[in-house]
Write a protein that binds this ligand. Structure first.
Ligand code: SAM
Length: 184
């Protein structure tokens, strides 16, 4: 059975403790619910099954740019493997900011340029944005988040020069563009 990669859980746990509310936008099967239990809430544009073997597990059906969630109510907003699908990323970031409490964290786990190029070649289209991790960071900054940083797809985040090296390596050889920002 598929579950969320360990680094995804580990990064979220760096910002979470029991009682802190997590919203996942574009939650699909909501694999993170198993880990974060009653602190977790998932929204998606649909609650239809992908197929007989893979169901969606959605608390609230709504598009990412019109969240049916109260202002200032969430501690953490996660968007995993979904941001590239959103038609209006700027409007979705504004909604993420609206529902976060002050000091709350947005964490986006998206596919990087290399992965999107490979997917597009395999699937024969050019539908999805191909942002670098730095491009995604800029987009989050431009939509009003503070302390925005790129993260590495590992359980423990490297620091200093090792982080710079890891980011370059991730851009060229890795699959992920990960960005964390704070609502101020
Ligand atoms: C590839 S799945 C990822 C599911 C889950 N986040 C995970 O990592 O397992 C992307 C999900 O985003 C949802 N989605 C696509 N466009 C959306 C939108 N505009 N608003 C909300 N959800 C959307 C899809 O329905 C789908 O369930």
């Amino acid at each position: 059975m598929y579950k969320a990669p360990e680094f995804v859980i580990s990064i979220i746990q760096d910002y979470w403790e029991h009682g802190r509310k997590i919203l996942e936008i574009g939650c699909g099967p909501a694999f993170l619910r198993k880990v974060f239990a009653e602190d977790y809430i998932g929204t998606d544009i649909t609650d239809s099954a992908y197929n007989d073997n893979l169901l969606r597990d959605v608390d609230i059906v709504c598009p990412a740019d019109q969240l049916l969630i109260e202002d200032n109510s969430m501690d953490i907003v996660i968007i995993k493997s979904a941001f590239y699908l959103f038609d209006n990323p700027g409007a979705c970031l504004k909604e993420a900011k609206r529902v976060l409490k002050q000091g709350g964290k947005l964490i986006i786990f998206d596919y990087n340029r290399k992965t999107q190029k490979e997917l597009q070649l395999k699937e024969g289209h050019e539908r999805y944005p191909c942002w670098t991790q730095w491009g995604l960071k800029k987009l989050v900054q431009n939509n009003g988040f503070s302390n925005v940083e790129n993260l590495i797809a590992t359980n423990r985040q490297p620091l200093g020069f090792r982080k710079i090296y890891s980011l370059l390596r991730q851009e060229i050889l890795g699959n992920w563009a990960i960005v964390c920002g704070t609502k101020r």
